[in-house]
Design a protein around this ligand. Sequence first.
Ligand SMILES: Cc1cc2nc3c(=O)[nH]c(=O)nc-3n(C[C@H](O)[C@H](O)[C@H](O)COP(=O)(O)OP(=O)(O)OC[C@H]3O[C@@H](n4cnc5c(N)ncnc54)[C@H](O)[C@@H]3O)c2cc1C
Length: 507
Amino acid sequence: MAPAELAAAGWSVALLERNADIGGFIATEERTLPGYLHDTYSSWHPLFVSGPAHAVLGERLRQHGLTYRNTEEWVTASVADDGRATLAHRDPERTADGFADPADRTAYLAVLRRYERNMESLGGLLGGEPRSPEALRHLARLSRDAGRAGRERWPRSLASGGRGYARSEFRGGEVDHLYAPWLLHTGLSPDQAPGGFMLPLLAVTLHGFGLPVAAGGSGRFLDAFRSLLDSLGVRVETGAEVERIVVKRGRAVGVVAGGRFVGARRAVLASVTPTALYGELLPEDAAVGGLREEAARFRPGRGAMQIHVALSAPPEWRDGRLAAIPLIHLSDGSGSTGIACAEAEAGLLPRRPTVAVGQQYVLDPSRVPPGAAALWLQLQEVPFTPLGDAAGELDTTAGWTPELARGYADRVLDRVAAHAPGLREKILAVDVISPVHLAAHNPNAICGDPYGGSAELDQSFLWRPLPGSGRHATPLPGLWHIGASTHPGPGLGGASGHMVATALTTA
Ligand SMILES: Cc1cc2nc3c(=O)[nH]c(=O)nc-3n(C[C@H](O)[C@H](O)[C@H](O)COP(=O)(O)OP(=O)(O)OC[C@H]3O[C@@H](n4cnc5c(N)ncnc54)[C@H](O)[C@@H]3O)c2cc1C
C-alpha cells in the first residue's frame, strides 16, 4: 500500500518487483481446469479491511473496481475427527449459545467486550511503531482498564500460548476447538506465545469483519491496486530483481536492479526479510551496528503448502451446517493441532494435519462453473526439509518430489473425505503447491514459511524485525524496512507500509 499512499501525497514512486507480476502472495489463476478461479496463495482479507491502510485507500480501490463478498451468517467452524463441530457466527451471542457451559458463554462475551472496549489502544499498538511515545500512551490506557487485574491480564495473555489461555479462561473445550487452529494463520502453534493474546483478537476480528474475499478472486484486488497505481503515476517495473541497495555517505540513495541504478532522492522502502536486507542487499561496510549478526539469527517459521481442488459439485458434509461456511478447520483443537505442529517442527510430515478448508465459492459463485465447487486447502504444519513421515507411510528421502507432494495431498484429501463422503468421486483435478514452490515464488518465504519469519513472542512486537531494530526506520538514513518481517507481522494488512508512508509524508 505504501507506493499508493506516497504517490497520493505527491511523491514520485517506482515499484520494483522481481516476478513477472506484482502481488507476492496474492494471485488468482485457473490452476486446475478452465472456469475454476483459484486464489493461488492468500485469499481472506479481514486484516486489510479492518486495518489502517484500508481506511485510507479502501474507497479508492473500490473506485478502481474492487468489491468484496462476505458472510453475515456463520463464518468459520472446526470439525474434530469424531465429527464434533464448533461454529462461529458473525453474532458473538449466537456463537456463545453453542457453548455447553453457561459460564463459558459469559466469559466469552466478556473477553470480546474487553477487547472491543480497548480497540483504540490495541489498534494503535498494532498499527503504530512499538518503540514510540504513542505506544507508551496506548499501554498506559490499557493498563488503566479494569483495575489491577486488568493491568496484569494483558501482559499475561501476551506471555501465554492459546492452549494455556483457553484452559485458564474456559471450562469446556469449544473456544479451544474453534480458535486454536486459527492461531496457525498468525504463524503460531497452540503452545507458542503470544497466542493467548492473539486468540481473542482473532475472535473479535472474525465477528466484526467476517471473512471478506475479493469478488472474482484475489487477482481482482491486484487489478484494482494496479489501476490505482497507474492513476497515481507510480512507475511499476516487473521482472526487476533488486540486487543491492546503494549507500552513499551513509545514506541509502537508490538500488541496483538488473544491473541498472534506480535512484531514490527521498527514501528506499525494502519489503524483504532481515536476512535479505542485512545479509544480501546492503554493502558489507554499511553502518548497521550489530544488525547484520542479528539478521543471521532471524529464524523462519514452519513451512506451508497449498492444495487446490476442482469439484464437479459441492461437498456433501456429514454435518450439513458446514455447506455454507467459508472457512472450516479439520482439527480437534490444541490437541491434534499441537501434535501436528510438533511433528512439523521435528521435520516430520504430520499424521493428522490441521486442514484449513476454504470454500470461497460459497461467498462468490462466479469463481466456479455453475453447480460446481472448488476447495482451497491450506496446510500450515509442513517441514521444508522432511526428515520422515509421522505416519510411517511416505518416503521422504528425496525431499519434496512431485510424488511426495501428491502422496501428502492424498492424506489431506482423505481427511476431508472422512467428513464429506463421496468427495473423491467429485474430484476433477488437483493442484499441489509445496513449501519449496512457495520459497521459489517469493524469497520472503524462507524455507517455505508464508509469514516472513517466526511470529513467536521473541520475534514480534518490540523485537520485530530484530531485537536491535524494533522499528521501520533503519540505522541508515533514507532506508526503511516494511513487510511481514516487520511489525505488526504477517497477513494482508498493509500496516507497515502505511506506517512508513505516514511517517514520511507527515515529517
Ligand atoms: C499460501 C498462503 C496463504 C495465505 N493466506 C492468507 C490469507 O488468506 N490472508 C492473509 O491475511 N494472509 C495470508 N497469507 C499471508 C500473506 O500472504 C503474507 O503475510 C503477505 O503477503 C506478506 O506481504 P508482504 O507485504 O510482506 O509482501 P510479500 O507478499 O512477501 O511480497 C513481497 C514481494 O517482494 C518481491 N521481492 C522480494 N525480494 C525482492 C527483490 N530483491 N527484488 C524485487 N522484488 C523482490 C517478492 O517477489 C514479492 O512479490 C498467506 C500466505 C501464503 C503463502
